[in-house]
Design a protein around this ligand. Sequence first.
Ligand code: PEP
Ligand code: MN
Length: 344
Amino acid sequence: MIIIMKEETTNEQMQSLMESLQEAGLEIGITSGVGHKILGLIGDTACVDEEKLLLHPQVVQVMRVHEPYKKANRHFHPQDTVIQVGNAKLGSGKFGVIAGPCSVESVAQITQVAQAVKASGASMLRGGAFKPRTSPYSFQGMGVDGLKLLVEAKQATGLPIVTEIMSPRYCELFEECVDVVQIGARNMQNFDLLKEVGKLSKPILLKRGLANTYEEWIMSAEYIMSEGNENVILCERGIRTMETYTRNTMDVSAVPALKRMTHLPVVVDPSHASGHSWLVEPLAMAAAAAGADGLMIEVHNNPACAKCDGQQSLTPEQFDHLMKKVEAMMGIVEKTLVEAKGEE
Ligand code: PEP
Ligand code: MN
């Protein structure tokens, strides 16, 4: 349930209403909208009498929220959430590109790629140290040693690092040395892991599960947010469909739909969505045109020899080309928005 209150409501008036609701066992979040304040009630609101609430002189409107997600819900928090990582910002028109190899392989590899993607304008470095592989016989990542190499690459370039966590036992280590903690597609509904990363202070990049609906995906964000960490970035990375020509099918609708349903930033990973390096650039353009808040792109200095996902990795030169085209696309998107505002 949400209660819309007059903007001029004083703290004392707010407090007295909140106390009576808290006595009924409800958790309350406060956000500010344009020209009003919003109280978001979480818990069993069956006991709340709407008519009585409306008698309160400061209450403008009372609405029951039917969606099962609350903290992530756009109704609870009308403004876009903007997540800042170092100098990079994602959300509400701020666009950022996270780039780097599928997995960290050596100090030379990760620092070379980090330097190259930075020069092309990437705002964060990605690289897997713990890899969720389909086969137990495939390269599983360098583990803690890989994390150390990511930290070295960060020191060399200043780029914040984004990397996947697979087990709650590494939460403390990730809190210490990682800037954005990635939850991979295969762990999107690993609820114990979601609850643990919900206790971290670092933003969480939550990938969409291989075959999950928007609502299931947002409910996973809600798990993280309900533990106190409200900095969640949603990442569309393609879903399973009957098409096998591409590795997955990139769901462009996810961008505008998720932005309507939630206030969280939405980024797109065209590398895992397509599985083919030649498809990454056109899909990245489509994501930018659809209003994505950023991209995650796999880049390798020698894709033919990559230990993981070489076929979908761009060379630094191809990435540079993509960045120029995406920048041009973002220019068009911004211009269209300004023109649309002028017509209102
Ligand atoms: C990755 O980003 O390297 C990865 C494993 O992605 P996903 O979880 O989307 O498959
Ligand atoms: Mn990969």
